[in-house]
Structure formats: C-alpha cells, structure tokens
Design a protein around this ligand. Structure first.
Ligand SMILES: *Cc1c(COP(=O)(O)O)cnc(C)c1O
Length: 430
C-alpha cells in the first residue's frame, strides 16, 4: 500500500523553493530511489515518525550517529541540563577535557586531539596537519571513500591505476584537485606503484578502513597492513577516516579491530551523540604543529560546544560498558542472518557485508572489493527494494551505496519484522 505522504509532499514543494533541492544534504532528496523524501517529526528508540504519522523501523540512524537509538533518555536529560547552563561560551570547559580523555582511551593512537564541528572539518584539518608536518602537497585517497565535502577530497579517479585528480564537483579548482591521487581500494599493487614513483612527494594517505560510503567494503587481508608499511617507508602520514567506522566497527573503531595503528584519525558521527561534533588527532609530533602550539592554523567558534560535548560524553559512558558491544554485535548478527535467510528463501541473489554494527546488502552474486564492484551491482533492484521496504515500515538509506546501522534500541521483534518485510519485498521485486 502506498504511504500517505501528503504533508511531506507539501513541505518538499515549499522546501524546494527555499533550499537547493529542498534538502540540506543531497542524498536526503531521494533522487537515487525516486519519490518524495519523508519529512520527520520525531524519533524514539528504533523508530522514526514522519509528519504524516507514518512509523518506521530506522536503519539510517541519522547516517550513523544514533547508535543508542533515538532520544535515549540519558542523553536527552543530560542535554537539557547542559542547556540550562548556557549553550556556548567560546572558552575552554571541563567537558571537552573529559571527552578528549575518553576518546584517547578508546583510540590510543590519538595522542593529542582536537574537537571540530563535523566530519568534513576533521578530515580537512587532518590533511592540513599532515601537509604542514611533511611539507608535501600531494595526497592519496581511494575511489568510493567519502571524506566530507572539502575541496581536494571531492575527486574521483578516471581509468588507469593512478590518475591525477579531476574535480568531481565544479567549484573545486583544477590546480587543487591535481594534488589528489585516487586509487582503487584493496589494490595494494597500484598503491605500491605510486609510492615508488611519487612516495617522497606525498604528504598523506587518507582512507576509510572499512568503506562505508560505497555500502560496506571490507579491507582484504594484508591491504591495511601493506599501506601501513609503505606509508612508514616513504614518510607519508597515514590517516584513518573513522568518522563512520569509529565506535561502529568496535568501540576502538576499525584500527582496534584490524590492529593497525594509523598516524592520525578522524572521528565524527557517533562521537557527538546526535549533535555536531568532529575530532581529529594523532601522533604528538604531528599534532604539536597545530595552532597555538605550532604554525598550522585551525579554529572554530563553536568547537567543543558544551551541549555537544555532553551528548558525546554520555554516549561514550553507555558505549564503554562491557556488555554494550556484546549486545550491539548480537543484534547485528541476528539481522545479518535474518536478511541473508530472507533473500535466500525469496530466491534473490544478494551479497551481505557487515563490519561490527554497520552493514550493506548488495544486489549481486559477485564479491565486492572496491567501488567499481559496488557500482556494477543492480542498483535499480535496490531502488525497488528500498521503496517496498519503506511501504512496509522499514527505513533504509535511500541509496545502494550507503551502509545501514544497528542500534542498541532495536529489538528482536524489530529484526523479525524487518526480516518479514525483506522477504516479501524480495519476492515482490523478483
Ligand atoms: C560522514 C562522513 C564524513 C563527513 O562527515 P560530516 O559530518 O557529514 O561532514 C567524512 N568521512 C566519512 C568516512 C564519513 O562517513
């Protein structure tokens, strides 16, 4: 049965006259899957509610941050209390020291770290720090990895093993994009070749250790290890962009799960408990260059915002309890089994990948190792599946290239309902 979207439609019409595409972040516009985006009125636990009164089990979770579920009472209460003390001071607070300590404990590679307001700011600032530290301009990224919308990171590869960057977005100067080299993920040989040719000119390598922005692509055994070895050899700074994988793959992120120590790490999403927070940090000798300790400038009027810090601290307090990840992983495993079983029974060929609490179903019978593999899956089938699931009360990310997320609030009943909806949806699109 089609959803009633009367109010969402009206709001979308109004929004489109005021805001580009009617949205404040492009993928929210549902362009990849068709139809009108849902305008949300509230969310609680595993559920999200739109302005027309429809209820959905939510696997988008604000694109990752809401790992405890929406409107967790402890977080909401803490935010209320913090707000009563003032919303921003533009001065140091005990809160930011506390959160920084909690982060360093979970990510010992982040010896010194700084709070910013988004993942984009974190990666942008980390790259500036790496360039300042090495005195080199060029950077390497991997196709299909998203690191926010800073100039020079909006670059994709053309064909060939090592392509000098062409801007993906107008407005990014060619001269700037030229400093970005893009390589295929999971291809250590291509990486090695570039190192041999240009290693001494490259400031840093930035990557998502598990690629959550092309679905959920796992590193092949040896890939991250190889990169770690070669970056050390050529004096390049290795930056793990754990904005998505941080506190998602495990409490200590992908670096803990895969036992790789990067030189720098970027965090975001979960760390803000639903408020805007990003963090970058790493080795002392790199971070000592950041102003006011050193000459590499980076600042923020609202950085370390007391309400955002409070939400982050309270979120980590719950996440750091030993039983929390056991529960989260058990729920994620149950969903994995249920979805795999549903597609098998419906006779639909899918590949399911999961890293801790993030996952993706690809419509293909082939394995996924990089962006090209992901792009070659049946994205039209995904779009149909997405719409069928939404009609059945399941909110998935509106793109075949986005990861899904599990929260502590999802129940076995939610998982069972999701599995039934998935089975029927698979059947209907067959
Ligand atoms: C979401 C994301 C970003 C950007 O974070 P924003 O808060 O949206 O600026 C950067 N890197 C990765 C890996 C992300 O998933």
């Amino acid at each position: 049965m089609p959803l009633n979207r009367k109010k969402s439609r009206e709001l979308f019409k109004k929004a489109k006259r005021l805001i580009p595409g009617g949205v404040n972040s492009p993928v929210r516009a549902f362009r990849a899957v068709g139809g009108t985006p849902l305008f949300i009125s509230s969310a609680k636990g595993s559920r999200i509610y739109d302005v027309d009164g429809n209820e959905f089990i939510d696997y988008v979770l604000s694109w990752g941050p809401m790992i405890l579920g929406h409107s967790h009472p402890k977080i909401i209460n803490a935010i209320k209390k913090a707000a009563e003390k003032g919303t921003s001071y533009g001065a140091p607070t005990p809160l930011e020291v506390e959160l920084a300590g909690m982060i360093r404990k979970a990510y010992p590679s982040m010896e010194i770290l700084r709070m910013v307001n988004s993942g984009t700011e974190a990666t942008m600032s980390a790259i500036r720090a790496a360039r300042g530290f090495t005195g080199r301009d060029r950077i390497i990224k991997f196709e299909g990895c998203y690191h926010g919308h800073a100039d020079g990171l909006l670059v994709k590869a053309g064909s060939g093993a090592a392509t000098f960057g062409v801007p993906t977005s107008p407005g990014v100067p060619r001269d700037y994009a030229r400093n970005t080299i893009t390589l295929p993920f999971n291809d250590l040989q291509a990486f090695k070749k570039v190192c041999e040719k240009l290693g001494k000119n490259i400031a840093c390598v930035i990557l998502e250790p598990v690629v959550g922005n092309s679905g959920c692509i796992l590193p092949r055994p040896g890939f991250l290890e190889g990169i770690r070895k070669l970056t050390r050899k050529y004096g390049m700074v290795l930056i793990f962009d754990e904005v998505m994988t941080g506190f998602r793959v495990s409490y200590g992120g992908a670096q803990k799960a895969f036992r790789i120590k990067p030189d720098m790490t970027c965090l975001g999403k979960v760390i803000g408990g639903g408020l805007p927070v990003g963090v970058y940090g790493g080795k002392k000798e790199i971070m000592r260059n950041i102003a006011p300790d050193g000459p590499v400038y980076q600042a923020g009027t609202l950085s370390g915002n007391p309400i955002a810090m409070t939400a982050g601290i309270e979120t980590l307090k719950i996440l750091s309890k030993p039983e929390t990840y056991k529960k989260l992983i058990a729920k994620s495993e149950a969903l994995e089994e249920a979805l795999k079983d549903a597609s098998k029974r419906a006779g639909i060929k899918t590949r399911f990948y999961r890293a801790g609490t993030m996952f993706c179903t690809y419509f293909t019978d082939r394995e996924i190792f990089n962006f090209t593999d992901a792009a070659n899956t049946d994205t039209a089938a995904f779009s149909k599946f997405f719409r069928k699931m939404l009609e059945k009360g399941i909110n998935l990310a509106p793109s075949a290239f986005e990861a899904g997320f599990m929260s502590l609030a999802h129940s076995q009943a939610d998982i069972n309902k999701t599995a039934r909806a998935a089975y029927e949806s698979f059947k209907e699109i067959k």
